[in-house]
Design a protein around this ligand. Sequence first.
Ligand SMILES: [Fe+2]
Length: 389
Amino acid sequence: MTATAAEQRWPWWPLLPLYPYGRRRTLVRELIAERLWSFEQLQGVWYVAVPIRMTVLRVREGLLLYAPVAPTAEVLAQLHQLEEHHGPVCTIVLPTASGLEHKLPVPAMARAFPAAQVWVTPKQWSFPLSLPSAWLGFPPSRTRVLLTDGVPHGDQLDWLPLGPLDLGLGTFMEIACFDRASGSLLLTDALVAIPPEPPELFDLDPTPLLFHARERGDEPLVDDPALRRRGWRRLVLFANYLRPRPLEVPPLGEVLSHCLAPGCRRPRSHFGFYPFRWLPDWQADFEALVPDGRCSVQVAAVLERLVFPRQRNALVAWIRGLAGLRELRWLVPCHYEAPVACSPARLSALADRIEAGPWAQDQGPWLTLAGIDRTLVKLGVVPGEEADG
Ligand SMILES: [Fe+2]
């Protein structure tokens, strides 16, 4: 059944005005039969849109929602269907202290399931104003703080915190959730696995891929599998490095001369406004992120360079803790690929690589992120010293 635009409406989008704004299409997939489901929506800035995932886990008492997405009518209908077979939504978890994109849907999701218990990560913060958690919309009578007030379903699930890490502006913390029965580890932002091909979610709306597949603004948006793949790879570079290395900004006169070309006079193609020129070797940076075209677990690039540059030891310790989960079989992060086949040995190897390899580099694709980090340290916005020895 195809959902209508009304069923995909998300009225709270102005709180975080990200593409696709007021219309959120959702892809629902069963990741592990009768146990784990993924609800994916697209979200991003100026067509740099990557999937954001809510994971639904069946526990003995009903359903647990890990990192809610915008509860459109389409999402609620799908959840109600799951409830009919597997019991009520009993637990809603916000597993991050800082990830605004995961935080904003929580109050609306909590209102949609008034009997559910809400669990939030400690050290919630808001920017630019630091607001008390009731002001952030969490229902005070049924909201508890993870680890501080206990944990939900502790007889079935393990909860493994990364942090709190002091970022100066606020605190970084995310809490992984391990489902012993299925061997699935639910994660938020720190670890990802980037697929070489565009995720299935883009079948519902390939516009961001087709937008970035072009070489110039006066090319109309054309849909074919090769262009989708090219658009995906460029979009991944934007999402990981903010400003990809193999990209030039053409002179403004040239950019404007491509605007309003035939076939581009529509908002969908931003009226031909496309201030990018990709250099011939741009694919090399994607291949460095996704070596051998294989989806492998890695630390998210933006987090490595902006959040963890001086927190490598804390990150490694957390990953080693995750590697201690003997029944681990699957990773389910909130972004990119899921589920990702994994094992304790693979996570140990990742921790070894992080420890032994280069970290928080300044060169090549890292140039822009390194520049932002240096500026933040210089302004005293983030602490400059090694925080974890
Ligand atoms: Fe996130």
